[in-house]
Design a protein around this ligand. Structure first.
Ligand code: NI
Length: 214
């Protein structure tokens, strides 16, 4: 395994549309996934797309948020209930990292919800980005299994952010108000603990500590 260099905004690979992977179970893809997970965790990221490590292939890794709204059949569930639901799906409270190859996304609710995001390729910054509130995503895991899930809220946001990378889209390109593109230091100083953010949906259950870069 190896920690890979992360491309920063301005590197052309981040604007490149990544290519489909013909064989998701190929050894070099397993290696890439292992390296991406190590790189993501070393950088304290929530997710990472292959473009971000200079490989324009359709591969993403991310820590699926333990989000109480990620079960669309149980949208108003409390954390505890969501955790129970996750367990029924064979997942622990802290879901393991997910690697998906050739992922696809389907919008289930076209309501756009603004929320703060960061990105390992746009270091030390945060921005408010509109994202669809509910999506279904799918893809192939490195062991060749098909994966599909319906999610909402913060989980849906993370997925849209990561999948965007594969189409050469960085979150500032999705922003509607560049006045809300701020340095992390100022975010924590002026915005992070503010209560008057009601118009800025940032998942209630995500503490500031969870403002990890995707
Ligand atoms: Ni990112």
């Amino acid at each position: 395994m190896a920690i890979l260099k992360i491309a920063r905004m301005g590197h052309p690979v981040l604007l490149q549309k990544a290519e489909e992977v013909p064989d998701p179970t190929a050894p070099e893809i397993k290696q890439l996934v292992a390296d991406m997970i190590e790189t993501m965790d070393d950088a304290h990221g929530r997710g990472l797309a292959a473009n971000q490590v200079h490989v324009a292939k359709r591969v993403v890794v991310f820590h699926p948020p333990a989000d109480p709204t990620d079960d669309p059949t149980d949208e108003d569930a409390e954390d505890r209930e969501a955790a129970d639901a996750d367990e029924e799906e064979g997942e622990a409270d802290d879901p393991p990292v997910l690697a998906l190859i050739n992922p696809t996304l389907e919008v289930l609710d076209d309501e756009l919800v603004p929320g703060w995001e960061g990105c390992l390729s746009v270091p030390e910054m945060r921005g408010v980005v509109p994202r669809f509130s509910r999506v279904r995503y799918s893809g192939t895991t490195p062991d060749g299994k098909q994966f599909e899930r319906e999610v909402s809220g913060y989980h849906a946001r993370v997925v849209q952010h990561e999948f965007d990378h594969l189409d050469g889209i960085l979150y500032p390109m999705r922003m509607e108000d560049l006045g809300l593109l701020v340095f992390e230091s100022e975010f924590h100083h002026y915005l992070g603990s503010s209560d008057d953010e009601s118009s800025i949906e940032d998942d209630d259950d995500e503490s500031e500590d969870d403002e990890t870069d995707d």
